[in-house]
Design a protein around this ligand. Structure first.
Ligand code: ZN
Length: 273
C-alpha cells in the first residue's frame, strides 16, 4: 500500500528502470529475458510520455481493477534498457470497460508493439493480490537468476521443504525476507495457463516463486525495488548453496537453534526450521 502523495508516472518509470538495470547486473535477465510490471490504482497522466493509444482485450476479465493501470515491459524488451529509455520499453495498460479491455498507451517510436508474453500471469497475480489485500499498488518481476534456476534442475530441490531448509540457512536475512519460504512450480510452457494459475496459487502463499527450469516471479505491495531485492536475496541464497555443493557440502549453515533465535528476536513466524 502506498500513502499519498502518490508517485507520478515519471517516478514509477524511474524505479522500474533502476530495478531492471539492477536485475541485469546480478545476471538475472540475459538478453530480453525477464519482465516487470506495476499495477497502480490512482490516476496517472499518460499523454506527455505515451501519446499513442490503442486497445487490447485483456487475457481475463478483472472488473474490480477498472480504472487501475498496469505499467508493463513490452515483448522483447531488455530490462537493462528500461532505465535509459523507459517509454520505448514500457507500455501503460489502463483497465476500462468493466475490466475487459485495456486502453494501451504507447510512445511514438513503436518499439513496444505488445505487452510481455507473460502478461497473463502478471495481470492474474495483480488481480488476485489486489482483490485479497485491497492494496493500491502492486509490483511483479519475472527474472531468470542463474543459481536459483540451476538448482531447480536438481530433483531434490524441487521439494519445497528441502529447497527452503537448504537455501534459507546461509544468511540471517533469508528467513526474515522469506518467513513463508520460497514457492515452487513444476515446469510449464512459458505464458501458458498452467504457469499463470500456478503463479496465482503460489504467490498467495509466498513472496517469491521458482518456476522450475526457467526462473522466478516475485511480488511486492510496497515497491518494485523490494520485489527486486527478493530476487537478489533468493539468488544469493542459491549461490551459497551452489558454492557448498561444489566444495563437497562442508558448509554448516546457520544452525536451527540460531535460526529460532533470529526469528524470536525479529518476531518472525515461520515453520520451515
Ligand atoms: Zn522467462
Amino acid at each position: 500500500m502506498i500513502n499519498p502523495p502518490y508517485p507520478v508516472l515519471d517516478d514509477l518509470l524511474t524505479t522500474m528502470g533502476v530495478t531492471g538495470r539492477h536485475l541485469a547486473s546480478i545476471e538475472a535477465s540475459e538478453g530480453a529475458a525477464g519482465n516487470i510490471s506495476v499495477c497502480v490504482r490512482w490516476p496517472l497522466e499518460f499523454e506527455h510520455r505515451f501519446p499513442v493509444v490503442t486497445e487490447m482485450e485483456l487475457p481475463q476479465a478483472v472488473p474490480e481493477l477498472e480504472g487501475a493501470t498496469v505499467i508493463v515491459s513490452g515483448t522483447g524488451c531488455r530490462l537493462r534498457e528500461i532505465n535509459d529509455d523507459p517509454t520505448s520499453n514500457l507500455v501503460c495498460v489502463e483497465i476500462t470497460k468493466g475490466g475487459r479491455i485495456g486502453k494501451v498507451h504507447k510512445s511514438e517510436n513503436g518499439r513496444n508493439e505488445n505487452v510481455t508474453s507473460e502478461f497473463n500471469s502478471h495481470l492474474a497475480v495483480h488481480y488476485d493480490q489486489i482483490c485479497s489485500t485491497g492494496t493500491n499498488y502492486h509490483a511483479i518481476i519475472h527474472a531468470q537468476p542463474i543459481h536459483l534456476t540451476f538448482l531447480s534442475h536438481i530433483s531434490r530441490y524441487q521439494n519445497e521443504q528441502y529447497l527452503n531448509s537448504h537455501l534459507l540457512r546461509w544468511q540471517p536475512e533469508a528467513i526474515i525476507n522469506f518467513p513463508e519460504g520460497i514457492g515452487f512450480i513444476p515446469f510449464h510452457v512459458p505464458s501458458s495457463p498452467e504457469l499463470m494459475s500456478g503463479n496465482v496459487a503460489e504467490l498467495r502463499k509466498h513472496r517469491l516463486v521458482i518456476w522450475s527450469k526457467h526462473g522466478v516471479m516475485a511480488r511486492s505491495d510496497s515497491s518494485v525495488k523490494k520485489a527486486g531485492d527478493l530476487v537478489e536475496y533468493a539468488e544469493t541464497a542459491a549461490k551459497y548453496e551452489y558454492l557448498n555443493l561444489g566444495i563437497g557440502e562442508i558448509g554448516e549453515g546457520i544452525s536451527t537453534e540460531d535460526i529460532h533465535s533470529i526469528c524470536q528476536t525479529f518476531s518472525i513466524k515461520q515453520n520451515i526450521f
